[in-house]
Design a protein around this ligand. Sequence first.
Ligand code: UT7
Length: 333
Amino acid sequence: MSANSSKAAIHIAGTGSYLPERVLTNEELSKTVDTSDEWIVTRTGIRERRIAAEDEFTSHMATKAALKALEQAGLAAEDIQLIVVATVTPDTLTPATACHVQRNLGAHRAVAFDISAACSGFLYAMKVCKRMISDGAFENALIIGAEKLSSFLNWEDRTTCVLFGDGAGAAVLRRAQPGEGSIVATEIGTDGNLTRLIEMPGGGSACPITEKNAHLHLNAFTMQGKEVFKFAVTRMKEAAEKVIERAGWQADDIACVIPHQANLRIIDAIADRLAVPNERVFVNLHKYGNTSAAAVAIALDEAQRGGRFHRGDRIVLVVFGAGLTWAAAAVEW
Ligand code: UT7
């Protein structure tokens, strides 16, 4: 296959992740907000989450995850041609967090920009970069999901603050060499009629934060959990089925499903609907909570390094998030 062929297969050459040191347990949270370990574990499966230090930004976590992915891929930062950071908690509204990561890494040849698709962002970045490499425009790409959600939560709102955490995950994409695995099929989707279900109402041009509204926590996430739950199960099932079908696989062929890590009940419902046994579904949300765009990237790295799948195995990644958005990928490792 020629290097410029639009059908060039794209390989995931390395993954990496980073979690901040500070652990915040349910027990600790229940001392500052009206909740309990029992409620959080029963309703979500989350037991603890990581919280970034005050001077540790999204770009810092993204850079640390990226370095691990580069090391595993055997590439130097200066070899990287494209850096895409998926985040809804950028260091600043502008410049893009990816620009900070480019500077931190010394990846001076790379074009860098952000993608805002909430929890679906990492797989949006995978689809976009897969195409940009297979078109022949770039040799490789570093895709990163990174979030410092702790800076955008109302810590008095028990319906949101118990759910989220901080962290970053990364992957290096490049053209596949003969015999290497590849991203076989991808799917992304959006329903902009449902923007209100998860949002951060303030801090943008529609509602700047001013002295008058500063006390209203408008630059914190709000969510209509029950509605999102129903949507998540339906859309993730459909997206996963689409990529499985396009790849020409059966449920029995799949070695590992790596879903968005938001709620164990959602993950169980997806496993059930896809007829994939629970032991083939990767879960780490009990340790980190929902880290939005970082979640599936961290899970991919942990599952890979933990030996949950091996070269040649078939895996499915599937996510959903604010927008509302959803995405899936079928990958032959
Ligand atoms: O990545 C973004 C995607 N977002 C998601 O995946 C979220 C999807 N949704 C969910 O995960 C679930 O809907 C939640 C975990 C957010 C909520 O679970 P639920 O079973 O849907 O609970 P609910 O919202 O219906 O609330 C049940 C009760 C309410 O009390 P009343 O009205 O029945 O008296 C809430 O006020 O639980 C109360 N509640 C809490 N109680 C203790 C809500 N949050 C808490 C809390 N601790 N943290």
